[in-house]
Design a protein around this ligand. Structure first.
Ligand code: PLP
Length: 725
């Protein structure tokens, strides 16, 4: 154990040396005026309000204001900007404008850039060094209305025949490239309101320490501990006191007008704006976050909408969370999480993530990490152990499609518990961890469901479901919805609670269990009791869970951050296998969440009846949610059922439910047959591809011996990491 701790200390030390305060923006320190001698640079399209907002902000801060048009360009050129444009033409104008800005040297001012400045890379690199670039992100339709009112019908660089809409669209990529901080302007926001948002954005940028994290079990009021930042939380996973990390000051609230802006955006755009609000730009810069989000959600989901919402019947909607590469909702988190993880890792070691799985996590983790590229890929690997007999045929094929590269799966002739215990033992063996650290510069790590970087991306799809319903006119913003979620580790449900904290009007989060109903019992009685409760097999294995790990975050949330209570309850659970929450707390829990459970027969019957009535095939987990929603939801508002897996992933149970005889042996044929009976949803592109390729290959199976698994770890480290050092 000693060496493991030593390596963790080394990590902490390494992190200190690249803390945000040693980056190029190190000037953000404790000056009296907000940014010291640095500028506040306002960027945005023509008509965004850069000049007027700039004046207001400058006035409020008592700072000088510089308008690049009037104060830089016209004084340099000694002629009006319009005259210059008319005399030299668009391209030449942009170049001369950029050159003028390259000589800009003011400090401690509020600077309104021109709409076209961001098109000149050299100029932007220069001014960016002088301060904080704030992007006034105004909806293009609003811009067009404003410009029409101002009788502007052409802007710089707009060639004849190109519409204003197209040129605004073209320009957006440059604004997205240079921003340090986005100020999202709602339709109808006044100059005062936008100025207020700018001031808040500057304040947020400075107060990095306000966005730190605490353990659910740690009393943060007393000791003056070192701050824990986003990157610490992502790398560490679990807090050292055994608790889970949560944001110290809760979630940021997004106002209604900003949500309405998001309603018109694509899924990746929504994800970017929401995550920018939750991750401080000094932890992950806006540009880097954008790169990661586009890589995660830009093109590798089989539905362009990423997480589309479909009408099922009456007031019931299904959000399909299974369009990712491995066909379960875990992709929504795990296409992004590995990138955040690799980004946050200290640069001097390699990382090997060890995962034991009996279900969807393995393939989703493998898919996510295998998509890393460049240096990230060379120093971040994942090795998944799964029981040869303990996963479904399709899950096995999905995992076995990863046999080389930085993400690999190994099958073990034993059960899940054996794999899990072997990994725990490796972490605990200082001889081994020390050897790996010294010989290969490699640190072992995990990527389990309690990691903050797995929970956070899930807030986006709950928000997105609501925004889709607004966009499609089903509800008006502000009207409530319920969500119903097949619940295991409570990660999905918890992220719905967080979406509500950010301002999404979710009335009730309805948790659905199968006959392993510990969550339902807890929410209805306040007692969490593991005693005499064996895990039973079910048709919905992904929610066969007894210790629901993210529940700890929920109890922390519902008790207003009572870490002493959380510590007390969960220590008791470890020691005595049960706890009971105080009566008033149970009342508050039931205000937020409802819970119900569904029998095995009811699950299959629901798949059958929905198929008969709507031609729609649900997977077994979705069916559990459907049954519980039918029973508990009162019909007074829409309810969104989280469809957490594609039906093809649990094909044998679905065949049984649909009472189809003569089920083909081959998984590919099984999928085709099911697909042919559904009117929607369609076949799953990536799942089919993986099955077709995987079925023809052999795979090796490890003996159930600890030393064999250790050997696999070392082999993988040798040929993934040694090559590149
Ligand atoms: C993991 C999983 C769940 C459970 O999600 P939690 O966040 O653990 O509650 C539900 N359905 C499917 C298909 C899953 O893979």
């Amino acid at each position: 154990m000693g060496l493991l701790i030593a390596s963790q200390l080394a990590l902490r030390a390494a992190r200190c040396s690249w803390s945000p305060f040693s980056t190029s923006k190190s000037w953000i320190s404790s000056r009296t005026s907000p940014l010291g001698d640095k500028n506040i640079l306002l960027m945005g399209p023509p008509g965004a309000g850069k000049t007027t907002v700039g004046r207001t902000v400058a006035h409020r801060l008592g700072l000088p204001v510089i308008d690049v048009d009037d104060d830089v360009l016209e004084t340099t050129w000694k002629m009006p900007v319009a005259a210059k444009l008319a005399s030299v033409g668009g391209a030449r104008f942009l170049e001369e404008e950029g050159q003028a800005l390259c000589n800009f040297s003011a400090s401690g001012c509020v600077v309104s850039l021109t709409g076209s400045n961001p098109l000149h890379a050299e100029a932007m690199q220069h001014v960016r060094q002088t301060g904080l670039v704030i992007y006034l992100d105004v909806d293009s339709e609003d811009i067009i209305r404003r410009l029409t009112r101002m009788k502007v019908n052409r802007i710089v660089g707009q060639e004849a025949g190109v519409s204003m809409r197209d040129i605004l669209h073209y320009r957006k990529q440059f604004y997205e490239k240079w921003l340090d901080v986005r100020v999202l302007c709602g339709t109808g926001d006044t100059v005062e309101e936008v100025a207020e948002k700018v001031l808040k954005a500057v304040e947020r940028y400075q107060k990095h320490a306000a966005e730190t994290y605490v353990s659910t079990r740690c009393d943060s009021t007393g000791t003056s501990k070192q701050n824990t930042y986003f990157s610490d939380v992502v790398v560490e996973g679990l807090a050292t006191d055994g608790g889970l990390y949560v944001p110290k000051n809760g979630f940021p609230k997004i106002d209604a007008r900003e949500w309405l802006r998001l309603a018109d955006m694509s899924y990746p755009e929504r994800a970017l704006v929401i995550l920018e609000k939750c991750i401080h730009p000094l932890d992950v810069s806006a540009l880097d976050l954008r790169t990661m989000v586009l890589k995660a959600y830009g093109s590798n989901f089989s539905s362009e909408a990423v997480a589309p919402v479909k009408h099922l019947n009456h007031n019931q909607y299904v959000q399909e969370l299974f369009h990712g590469p491995t066909a379960s909702f875990k992709d929504l988190a795990l296409q992004l999480m590995p990138q955040l993880f690799a980004y946050c890792l200290p640069s001097m070691c390699n990382y090997l993530i060890l995962v034991a799985t009996s279900g969807d996590t393995g393939s989703a983790v493998l898919s996510g990490f295998s998509r890393l590229s460049g240096t990230d890929r060379h120093r971040t690997g994942v090795l998944v152990f799964f029981p040869e007999e303990g996963v479904s045929e399709i899950q096995k094929l999905q995992m076995m499609s990863h046999r080389e590269g930085n993400a690999r799966a190994v099958s073990v002739l034993s059960d899940f518990d054996f794999c899990q215990r072997a990994i725990k033992r490796m972490f605990g063996e200082s001889g081994l961890t020390g050897h790996l650290a010294v010989e290969y510069g490699t640190v072992l790590s995990t990527a389990n469901s309690i990691n903050w970087a797995r929970l956070l991306p899930q807030v986006v799809y709950h928000s997105s479901a609501y925004l889709d319903l607004c966009r499609d006119g089903v509800i008006k913003f502000g009207e409530p919805i319920d969500v119903c979620i097949p619940t295991g580790n409570f990660g999905n449900a918890m992220s719905a609670v967080y979406a509500k904290q950010m301002g999404i009007p979710i009335r009730k989060v309805i948790c659905a269990s199968n006959h392993n109903r510990i969550i339902t019992d807890f929410i209805t009685t306040g007692k969490y009791d593991l005693r005499g409760r064996p895990l039973m097999l079910s048709h919905s294995p992904a929610i066969d869970i007894l210790k629901s790990s993210n529940l700890e975050r929920f109890i922390y949330h519902i008790s207003d951050g009572d870490s002493r209570l959380v510590k007390d309850l969960f220590t008791r659970l470890d020691r005595q296998e049960h706890f009971q929450v105080p009566e008033p707390l149970l009342g508050r829990i039931q205000q937020e969440v409802l819970a119900g459970w569904c029998s095995e027969d009811d699950c299959l019957a629901a798949i059958h009846s929905v198929h008969t009535q709507a031609g729609y095939i649900m997977d077994t987990h979705t069916a559990v949610a459907k049954v519980v929603a039918d029973r508990l939801q009162d019909g007074s508002c829409p309810v969104v059922l989280c469809s957490t897996a594609h039906y093809g992933k649990f094909a044998p149970a679905v065949f049984k439910a649909l009472q189809i005889q003569n089920v083909p042996e081959d998984p590919v044929e099984q999928l085709k047959k099911l697909g042919s009976t559904a009117s929607r949803p369609e076949m799953h592109r990536d799942m089919m591809k993986c099955l077709k390729e995987g079925g023809r290959k052999q795979h090796t199976v490890c003996q159930a011996e600890y030393s064999v698994l250790v050997e696999e770890v070392e082999n993988m480290i040798q040929d993934s990491f040694l090559k590149v050092i």
